[in-house]
Design a protein around this ligand. Sequence first.
Ligand code: ATP
Ligand code: MG
Length: 409
Amino acid sequence: MIQAQKGTKDILPQDVAAWQLMEDNAKKVFSLAGFNEIRTPIFEATELFARGVGDSTDIVNKEMYTFEKSERSLTLRPENTAGVVRAFIEHGFSRQPQPVKLWYKGPMFRYERPQAGRQRQFHQVGVEMFGSAEPSADAEVINLAVKYLNSLGLNNLEIQINSLGCPECRKKYREAIKDVLKPYLKDLCEDCNFRYEKNPLRILDCKVEDCQKIFEKEEVKKVILGDFICEDCQKHFDDVKEYLSALNIPYSVNKLLVRGLDYYNRTVFEIKSNNLGSQNAVCGGGRYDSLVETLGGQPTPAVGWAMGMERLFSLIEKTPQNRLDVFVVSENLPETFKIVNELRENNISVEFDYACRKFKKQLDKAAKSAKYALILMDDELKSNTVTIKNLDTSEQIKVSRNEYISHIV
Ligand code: ATP
Ligand code: MG
């Protein structure tokens, strides 16, 4: 027996309604704000992610599905910002009126340890907004994330924001963090020791308890919580906060929030759901003003986010599968086919018994699967009528073949 691969899952028919809801609402909510969908390939040059996600990240170091084909190194996309940026550059989007506002949905691939809310093939929905450095753009994308979650009935959200400052602010901060953590290096985990050299800010992201205890130490905490961002970055951050308040979006500032990816600057944010367990982050994002240039485009400020759809799925209320409108009960297949097409042309869902079994069997089947049985036996055929049986109330009426459609709603 060949089974689905570890960390992958079939999305079965009974779950598809919830997935379609996530997809439909994405289209609705984002297009109301002038965002257009973009669909980029599932695999890209490995180098795109090495440069675009950053080679000090877990994603690039441990989690990529990389393979070779015709001496080219290819990788299944672990996230989609890099791919969207590549497309933005490749298609000359910087020559279009700015901002350029895009959204996407689709499967992503990361080789990590599967657990609840964590798969190897999973799905993300995300938005990216290019060409505006304004704090209103940051607030707009956060607003869209909240509105999208609300549209799915998710209201119990915790929104955390932080500012990483510009490259100059970050440099100062990085040095200060390195200085204060130096004496604790031997107590920090192996990953943190690696990050210390490569990307010290990421240490703050560490979930290991012993590491977190060190961040709680007075002198460390003082540096972490210290004001390190420059006046311009502070103004940007204050404006974002002001707009969020105007939007009635409750948020808290979390100075430990640095996000896993290398490319963020200024605003970063995460949305957690209080209804999820340990994997409770549903949305992560931030500003990435240098990425377009890093990947070879014109300098273009940008801000965006991605949400994990499996985690959304586990949160949204599932509606039971829709019952069919009609089941045709008849022992005459040619007549059945005619009526089936008439109904479907009128957007009424309908099935029938392919084996054309006896009346009683068909009626049983109808009662299990539909709202109405449409009976078309000899009697009806002779008098050019149909009998419509309401399967909830058992009431039935016989009506003319010419006007039966109006009796089914
Ligand atoms: P985490 O800290 O949970 O690993 P991350 O920082 O790797 O998250 P991002 O790269 O920001 O996550 O991705 C955005 C969202 O995508 C996450 O908040 C989460 O909801 C979802 N996500 C990320 N990795 C997975 C995965 N392996 N399986 C399912 N969902 C995932
Ligand atoms: Mg991760």
